[in-house]
Ligand binder design. Structure first.
Ligand code: FPP
Length: 230
């Protein structure tokens, strides 16, 4: 964290798209579509505010159990999102990265992801991580297996570097929208010292104003990381 107490890394569990749609008697995928509009607004706002990293939980390994048409709808939205936003990410110098096991994606989506990551890899004005088919426990187990193969004892930092998010600082703030008070297998290792905010706002209704209030509250917190007040 920077000395001005600004968060460097914000992570969000974007929950509530389904309920947003249901309340309007619309199919669940309308909620996800509306959720993508919120991603567009919030990501722009976050990077304009000078936050360096935004990590969004878009699809968990458990979400694969949802009805086929909902799953394929989300994959489709993800493809469209990349195609539509890549030019803008390049223009704004945002580094794009997908965090998770993308082996479940079809070749078209894998190519889109690889291409977007390659075209933005040198940028550092902002970093947008989309967690897709991501699970925190799987992340930890993968890292452990990788390190076992290398056959060495590791430090906490070396372990962190073996995770999908290796090289990035841990999130300062984790937000969950949608009025559920759980972590749902998100960045389990990485959020050890994150400030966690739960809001009842459904993701499609989440606005810059509320994010701003969360950031303002975070700036007032005194993070001691297990130490005492100095
Ligand atoms: C949680 O709401 C949301 C998801 C499981 C999917 C989020 C996906 C997107 C915003 C679209 C994907 C787009 C990109 C760019 C990756 P929920 O469906 O669990 O809502 P509910 O709890 O109200 O049912």
């Amino acid at each position: 964290m920077k000395s001005d107490n600004n968060p460097r890394h914000i992570a969000i569990i974007m929950d509530g798209n389904g309920r947003w749609a249901k309340r309007r008697l619309l199919p669940r995928n309308f909620g996800h579509k509306k959720g993508v509009e919120t991603i567009d607004r919030i990501s722009r706002y976050v990077f304009d505010k000078g936050v360096e990293i935004l990590t969004l939980f878009a699809f968990s390994t458990e979400n694969l159990r949802r009805p086929k048409e909902e799953v394929s709808g989300i994959f489709e939205l993800f493809s469209t999102y990349i195609k539509k936003n890549l030019p803008d990410m390049i223009e704004r110098e945002i580094k794009f990265k997908v965090v998770g096991d993308i082996s479940v994606c079809d070749d078209g989506l894998k190519t889109l992801i690889a291409d977007a990551e390659k075209q933005t890899e040198k940028f550092n004005r902002g970093k947008l991580n989309i967690c897709f088919n991501y699970g925190g426990r799987a992340d930890i187990v993968n890292a452990a297996n990788k390190l076992i193969q290398e056959g060495k004892t590791v430090t906490e930092q070396e372990f962190a570097d073996a995770l999908y998010t290796g090289g990035l600082p841990d999130p300062d703030i984790v937000i969950r929208t949608g009025n559920e008070h759980r972590i749902s297998n998100f960045l389990l290792y990485q959020m050890a010292y994150s400030e966690i905010y739960f809001t009842s706002t459904l993701w499609p209704d989440f606005k810059e104003k509320e994010l701003n209030e969360i950031i303002a509250d975070f700036k007032k917190t005194n993070r001691r990381f297990g130490n005492i007040e100095q």
